[in-house]
Ligand binder design. Structure first.
Ligand SMILES: [Zn+2]
Length: 87
């Protein structure tokens, strides 16, 4: 599946920061399970522009990992940024 996202820049409170937002209209889910998972627990990381999952790292701490394959059906997940100035 392919995820399309765009960059959102916020200048509020003189702190400029950038976030990435999924464009839901363009997202075709690879399988219903992943879609259901996302509607229950959002998978999207606005800073990484990636889906992520939580796991225990080798040193025993909770860690976050970017997702490149669907954990349910195994399909490759690709990420593509859309120019936010063009609609
Ligand atoms: Zn899937």
């Amino acid at each position: 599946m392919k995820i399309f996202y765009k960059s959102i820049t916020d200048n509020m409170a003189q702190q400029r920061f950038e976030e990435f937002h999924v464009i839901p209209q363009k997202t075709l889910w690879c399988c219903k399970k992943l879609n259901d998972h996302d509607s229950q627990y959002s998978l999207w990381n606005v800073k990484w522009a990636k889906f992520y999952f939580k796991d225990i790292s080798p040193d025993g701490n909770m860690a976050f990992f970017p997702m490149y394959h669907c954990p349910y059906c195994g399909e490759k997940i690709e990420y593509e940024q859309i120019d936010s100035t063009s609609n």
